[in-house]
Design a protein around this ligand. Structure first.
Ligand code: FAD
Length: 469
């Protein structure tokens, strides 16, 4: 984008009020980056709209004066989608965080885009309902960011992704037009449903300013089972067996290295003394003695097969929470190693093959580096984390990891998998989008963007690979 020729800060102060515009160095540093910490933040200013109309005013100002905007939520994103490193204006949704009264008849709640995910879960729970999208960053991420990334998390196997819980959206497009999409309706077959274009669009089409979310009944007596497993193949065999026994809420996996890191650095207790190559954390609805007995039988059968080596089951909510920490504390714990992260997927049946191919690539290139695997394996979703050796400079480490990205993504492509399972494309995956989407799909995506954002002011440099000259 061309550099703006006017005093942008002054114009933004006129479009909003001067106290809604921040240019101090702490704000620029804080709001210019997401969780990835890979780019050096360098936004021009941060603005804090208080209403949908404020967002319209910012968009119109940007169109008139030719500057770029970066939609910003809780900045827990792991793909560099909310990064502002090139003099953009960051549009923070922090002041749009209202959570409306839960509508128990419709089983829905309408919230501002800046509402923290956990505050929505809490509001639902106060009236005996449940908002099921959940992950380790729920205490900081915002619903606008969740919708813009179509966030997944730990309950996808039972409840699906964020997309499945959005009944309505208010958006401001890159033209400055306000659209009320689907209006909370359960049934509305009136042609193309633009709501679904905005879900997962990573801020390239417009700003989500408000959302109506569906709610459901909470699961009964959610119980956690942690199993120590012999090998990767066992994870799938156990999934097949357990899935036919109980209604699963989650099926997560992690490696022994992941466990040893959270035990050492997050003070989490081991599930049992036995160390096994992999672990599965299973959450299920334990709503009758019959289910519990059937599950015990299934685990016993898996032990006889040699797939399960040890097991523990929570007896109360406190124990369930403690076991969940084995999985939920991994990402935060690994941050100290500035890990090279990759969030990839395949069909559930192809997961062992995907893990073995990618693991082989990584070990061939970096035989002595620590590689931590974990993920939402019941959804076919693996998180690869290569830990930076202490002595290695961050820039050198990133460059060396980048060298194998191509090989990793080739392996994924061969299996028909995805280079981004749930974290989005952002800046980090943009060069690799072509491993999952075809040329014509990417061209169609560009054409759709140009309808909603004709001046290209929204989140430039995100999602799309650079065009070949
Ligand atoms: C410890 C940890 C665990 C995590 N676990 C998971 C997990 O299990 N599953 C999962 O899916 N993700 C996970 N994440 C990633 C992250 O929390 C999600 O991607 C989340 O949805 C991002 O929300 P956010 O509000 O922080 O968005 P941000 O990081 O602020 O932004 C993400 C993207 O959305 C755009 N955006 C933000 N708000 C808006 C808006 N109002 N309108 C339009 N565009 C907008 C931004 O421009 C950016 O492209 C995890 C992250 C951490 C740090």
């Amino acid at each position: 984008m061309a550099q703006p020729s006017i005093d942008v800060i002054q114009e933004l102060g006129k479009a909003l009020t001067p106290d809604q515009v921040a240019t101090d160095s702490l704000s620029l540093e804080t709001y210019g980056q997401d969780w990835t910490r890979f780019a050096t933040p360098a936004p021009l200013a941060i603005v804090f709209p208080r209403s949908t109309e404020d967002v319209v005013a910012v968009v119109l100002c940007a169109r008139t004066h030719g500057f770029a905007l970066v939609p910003s939520g809780g900045r827990t994103g792991l793909s560099g989608g909310a990064v502002a490193a090139n003099g953009e204006v960051v549009v923070s949704m922090d002041k749009l965080k209202a959570v409306g009264a839960v509508n128990v008849t419709d089983r829905s709640v309408t919230v501002g885009a800046g509402a923290i995910t956990q505050s929505i879960q809490d509001a639902a729970s106060q009236v005996g309902l449940f908002y099921p999208v959940d992950f380790a960053s729920s205490g900081s991420s915002q619903i606008g960011g969740n919708i813009a990334t179509n966030a997944g998390g730990i309950n996808v196997i039972r409840y699906g992704m964020t997309r499945d819980w959005v009944a309505g959206l208010t958006v401001v497009t890159g033209k400055g037009e306000v659209m009320a999409l689907n209006k909370g309706l359960m049934k509305n077959n009136t042609g193309l449903d633009f709501r679904h274009l905005f879900i997962g669009s990573e801020g390239i089409l417009g700003f989500i300013t408000e959302a109506t979310l569906k709610l459901t009944a909470p699961p009964k007596n959610a119980t956690v089972l942690v199993l120590g497993l012999s090998d990767m193949d066992a994870i799938m065999r156990v999934l097949e067996r357990i899935q036919s026994t109980a209604s699963l809420l989650a099926y997560e996996f992690f490696s022994e290295l992941a466990v040893s890191k959270v035990v050492e650095h997050a003070g989490v207790a081991r599930p049992f003394d036995t160390q096994t190559p992999f672990y599965a954390l299973i959450e299920f609805e334990n709503d009758s003695e019959r289910i519990e007995a059937a599950l015990f039988d299934a685990v016993e059968a898996c032990m006889e097969e040699g797939w399960v080596i040890d097991a523990v089951m929570s007896q109360n909510v406190g124990q369930a929470r403690a076991l969940w920490r084995l999985r939920e504390d991994i990402s935060e714990t690994l941050t100290r190693w500035t890990p090279y992260k990759n969030d990839i997927s395949a069909t559930v049946g192809n997961v062992p093959e995907l893990l073995s191919r990618v693991d082989a690539v990584v070990h061939q290139h970096y035989p002595s580096w620590e590689v931590v695997w974990y993920g939402h394996i019941g959804d076919g979703n693996l998180h690869l984390n290569i830990l930076k050796p202490e002595a290695l400079d961050v820039a050198v480490f990133k460059a060396r990891c980048g060298e194998v990205s191509k090989e990793i993504f080739e392996a994924i492509q061969l299996l028909g998998g995805s280079v981004s399972a749930e974290h989005g494309v952002g800046t980090l995956k943009a060069p690799y989008l072509g491993y999952t989407k075809t040329e014509s799909e990417i061209e169609a995506m560009r054409a759709i963007k140009s309808i909603f954002d004709p001046d290209g002011i929204l989140n430039p440099g995100k999602v799309f690979p650079l065009k070949q000259a």
